[in-house]
Design a protein. Structure first.
Length: 154
């Protein structure tokens, strides 16, 4: 699944487990999200803000509308998260929807210091997430930061 709020993740997992259970099956769950990690929470929030600081709102909307998946249920949910976020783009603690201003698809990021990011990922694991697909912008630079802050040992 794509980035979502913790209650929604729990609800999706419970629903899908129940459906699978009715057929004698079990499921594993994966989670796709972006990461913005810095030494401090303030630094991570500043980095997230910088990512979209030069984006024109109309151009961002045009990018999203050109996307082939612009009407999918997943993209609709990401738009809902963006539309219900606070003025800084956060829809819940450390879940930032600002990337959604510039793209379609998996549009949210876990933003924070290393301990906050790990705590968020571990909470997802406690809910039943087994596998993560993590990325960031720019890709290689954020990958280096994930390694630098020890998140690769999660």
């Amino acid at each position: 699944m794509w980035s979502d709020t913790l209650p929604e993740i729990a609800a999706i997992i419970a629903d899908m487990r129940a459906r699978a259970g009715r057929h004698g099956r079990t499921l594993r769950f994966g989670y796709r999200t972006h990461i913005v990690v810095r030494e401090t929470d303030a630094g991570a929030r500043a980095a997230a803000t910088r990512l979209v600081s030069r984006l024109d709102a109309a151009e961002g909307e045009a990018i999203r509308n050109r996307s082939l998946d612009s009407t999918s249920a997943g993209v609709s949910r990401q738009a809902e998260l963006r539309d219900t976020s606070d003025d800084d783009g956060f829809t819940e603690e450390h879940l930032w929807t600002g990337i959604a201003r510039a793209r379609s698809g998996c549009d949210a990021a876990i933003v924070g210091d290393p301990d906050q990011v790990v705590a968020k990922l571990r909470t997802c694991m406690a809910l039943g997430i087994d596998v993560f697909i993590l990325s960031g912008y720019p890709h290689l630079a954020e990958c280096d930061l994930v390694a630098e802050y020890g998140l690769s040992n999660l």
